[in-house]
Design a protein around this ligand. Structure first.
Ligand SMILES: [Zn+2]
Length: 551
């Protein structure tokens, strides 16, 4: 049976345990059907309809899998005001002012979430008063990551946040000495009164944005995404894009489970969700599991020792231990996998305590049923327990890269160096995979791989160099290890017969090039399910146009 595509290339890294390097790869019906050690080894599979990519410069890897990427949230940011490039509060306000001049008075000016105040000369968030300089006639909401936002005076007024309004039961409204809200709102309890007022984006608009976001990922070699934290309605957006054939990242979804007023309410919510498992027959879309959140971010993570900048504060925990355990127990009993956000050491410990008790009641629970997202602070004891229990861990160097400055400020130098001890996790045999936490940070897997190798950050230099890994390991965390974390090993993250033909090609060997050249490498070709989703040179252009072998 002739193949759809046969690659005859310089190298193709299988990324399997045997570390095999091939020179020929055959693809048929969206899957890899054969690999060969020599360039001509699969020539017998070339038929009249086979596209042959004969390029000795090309180096192939499994397409990158980002195991923690808020793909739909990031997509929604595409049309918001980007602030990543701002280097000072002046530049930030100027970007918002320009948006205001294009926006009818009274309508919202909203920023994208992927920027950070430590990248500004002033090193701090803007105030409401400063945002008022962008526009007095528009409500302005500057979002930053998932846990922090700043509203201008008009937006605060509309949300009913005033000098005399009650503080939310959770989260922080930052106030000036006289009680006037300063503008900054921290955690959902404080943010929600503003978020509720933001104009809805229609499902059709979201679908268009999501398709655009997928293409941006493909351009940087991403073929697989695990999207942690959807509400059920958002499944329809994904399905619409998949039905249009425009979901060009293989996507695994997680539903957000927030603590309801009662545990029974939370359990009922879980029972109301669509069932976990594949959604599209071709493996393009599926539901991975549930997402819970134990603590805040850098400013609100639940630490065992006080914050470096506030001896009275140890962060926020969003779940009582017993409630959390009941919810995880219920979910596991119903066949769900659970990934829980935990950054502070006390949060990680609390999640692991519950996981351990749940696992003890479910002997033979497959590894990776229970996952900790981020696990910023995980000492040897924590790691040993996680490894023993088969608890998965997802790490995101882009968070350390972007948030390093704030980590030093809030958690101190020592704890910042300990954040995400990737090398230790790998050496100790953890089920660990990498990702970005886009849109809290950037999604670029090549900059992220550079970061895993160097432990470099944007503003505070190298942090925790003892946790560096080699480039092969870094790429493996973005490929084969991700397939195992997803429990799709054999299908995802390797170049081997039977696996999905999710492939990225470069005209340089990422394992051979100087480490500082990694971030500037450009994928020459990305395939997902055998279909070219990024093909700037038109190597497989006709195949894509015909929809042949489509994912
Ligand atoms: Zn996240």
């Amino acid at each position: 049976m002739p193949a759809d595509v046969v690659f005859r290339v310089g190298r193709a890294y299988g990324m399997t345990a045997e570390r095999r390097i091939h020179q020929a790869v055959a693809v048929e019906d969206g899957r890899i059907t054969a690999v060969g050690r020599a360039r001509d080894e699969l020539d017998s599979l070339i038929g009249p309809g086979t596209a042959v990519i004969d390029d000795p410069e090309l180096v192939l890897y499994p397409a990158f899998a980002d195991t923690h990427n808020h793909q739909l949230l990031a997509a929604r940011d595409l049309d918001y005001v980007p602030l990543e490039q701002a280097r000072s509060l002046d530049e930030l306000v100027q970007a918002l002012r320009e948006a205001a001049t294009r926006t009818p008075p009274g309508q919202w000016i909203i920023s994208s979430r992927c920027w950070h105040e430590t990248h500004l000369r002033e090193g701090r968030l803007p105030t409401a008063r400063e945002l008022d300089a962008a526009s007095g006639g528009h409500p302005v909401f500057v979002q930053r990551g998932g846990h922090v936002g700043v509203a201008n005076s008009a937006a605060l007024r509309m949300a009913g946040i005033t000098a005399t309004s009650a503080d939310p039961p959770s989260g922080t409204v930052v106030r000036l000495g006289d009680g006037t809200p300063a503008g900054a709102l921290i955690e959902a309890g404080a943010l929600d009164p503003v978020r509720r007022l933001l104009p809805p984006v229609t499902e059709a608009q979201q679908a268009d944005l999501l398709a655009r976001q997928c293409r941006l990922y493909n351009q940087r070699g991403i073929g697989v995404v695990r999207d942690p934290g959807l509400v059920p309605d958002e499944l329809a957006v994904y399905q619409a894009v998949a039905d249009r054939g425009e979901l060009t990242t293989r996507t695994r979804l997680m539903f957000w489970v927030l603590p309801q007023a009662t545990v029974a309410g939370t359990l009922a919510y879980i029972d109301s969700l669509p069932e976990p498992g594949p959604i599209s027959a071709d493996g393009g879309l599926g539901i991975w599991g549930l997402k819970l959140g134990m603590d805040g971010g850098v400013e609100g993570g639940f630490l065992c020792q006080p914050y470096a900048n506030n001896p009275e504060f140890r962060g926020h925990a969003f779940w009582e231990p017993d409630d959390f355990e009941q919810v995880v127990e219920h979910a596991v009993g119903r066949g769900w996998r659970v990934g829980c956000h935990a950054v502070g050491d006390c949060a990680v410990g609390r999640v692991l305590d519950a996981y351990e008790r749940v696992a003890s009641r479910h002997p033979g629970l497959p590894p990776g049923t229970l996952v900790i997202e981020h696990a910023f602070l995980a000492d040897a004891g924590i790691r040993a327990r996680a490894v023993r229990l088969g608890v998965g861990v997802t790490v995101q160097h882009p968070l350390l890269y972007s948030l390093g400055g704030n980590l030093v400020r809030y958690w101190g130098q020592d704890r910042t160096g300990q954040v995400m001890p990737v090398r230790a996790w790998v050496d100790e045999g953890a089920l660990i995979a990498a990702g970005s936490d886009c849109n809290v940070s950037f999604f670029d897997p090549l900059l992220s791989i550079w970061g895993l190798v160097t432990r470099g950050t944007r503003t505070v230099g190298v942090q925790g160099p003892e946790y560096r890994v080699d480039a092969y390991t870094a790429i493996r965390l973005y490929t084969e290890a991700a397939g195992r974390l997803l429990r799709e090993d054999g299908d995802v993250g390797i170049l081997a017969p039977g696996a999905f033909a999710d492939i990225v090609g470069f005209r340089a060997d990422l394992l051979d090039c100087p480490v500082d050249d990694l971030p500037s490498q450009q994928p020459a070709l990305t395939l997902v399910g055998g279909r070219p989703v990024h093909d700037p040179d038109g190597l497989l252009g006709l195949l894509g146009a015909a929809g042949h072998g489509a994912a």
